[in-house]
Design a binder for this molecule. Structure first.
Ligand code: FE2
Length: 231
């Protein structure tokens, strides 16, 4: 046998939802209204507003549709991570989510998410792609192999960062343990996003969900089981 294996790969799903414009517009209205009526939560956010983690329980049709997008994304990245061997059922997913509104000078410190299976973010509105700066408001993921930075191997991926541009309608899903941060917003543009955590509870893996509720049952609007889209 003679081979060079690629070990410890880390999946990051980036998917642009087609024709999400009208839904995003309504989500923006819902989130800005909530921002105007409730105080922000303090997490890794600096200078921006975070809602409570009850976003998935807000009784709006658009949020029910958002859950469907999340379920499909979770299925897709789980199939990828398990080499197509595990297609999780929606009823096995627990989740919570919170909305974020970011304006000038706001950013997010380096952090990972609480213990779960997958974490993610969906961008409802982002003016930042018009920015000259390539870093303004972008989310950047750090190489989880912490000692890689000592390798000093030019042109390798060791110790590199992965940057994702926050475009409206873009869904990003990644392992909860993957460290990331958000660069400061450099002008008066508005960025609105929804962050979420999902735990998959299978018959063989039963874990406590904490504040998470069943992703399929928590919403007011009924939602059918959906299959993962072909990539
Ligand atoms: Fe995060």
């Amino acid at each position: 046998m003679h081979t060079i294996r690629t070990a410890f790969s880390t999946p990051i799903l980036v998917r642009d939802m087609e024709e999400s414009g009208p839904v995003n517009h309504r989500l923006m209205e819902i989130i800005l209204d909530m921002e105007s009526r409730t105080p922000g939560m303090k997490r890794s956010n600096i200078g921006s507003w975070d809602s409570q983690k009850d976003f998935l329980e807000w009784p709006y049709e658009e949020i029910a549709l958002f859950k469907k997008w999340v379920i499909n994304g979770i299925k897709e990245i789980t199939l990828k991570a398990t080499k197509q061997k595990y297609n999780p059922k929606a009823q096995d997913m627990l989740a919570h989510a919170w909305a974020n509104v970011s304006r000038a000078d706001s950013y997010r410190k380096i952090h990972n998410h609480e213990s779960c299976t997958w974490s993610g973010v969906y961008y409802v509105k982002s003016d930042l792609v018009k920015e000259k700066s390539v870093s303004s408001g972008n989310i950047e993921f750090l190489d989880p192999r912490m000692l890689c930075i000592q390798a000093e191997l030019p042109n390798s991926s060791f110790g590199s960062r992965v940057r994702v541009v926050p475009r409206a309608g873009r869904l990003v899903i990644f392992p909860h343990w993957l460290l990331h941060y958000v660069n400061p917003v450099e002008d008066d543009s508005l960025r609105i996003c929804i962050a979420f955590n999902v735990k998959i509870e299978s018959q063989s893996v039963k874990r406590r969900g904490g504040t998470m509720l069943p992703l399929q049952k928590a919403q007011q609007f009924a939602m059918a089981e959906t299959d993962a889209p072909s990539s």
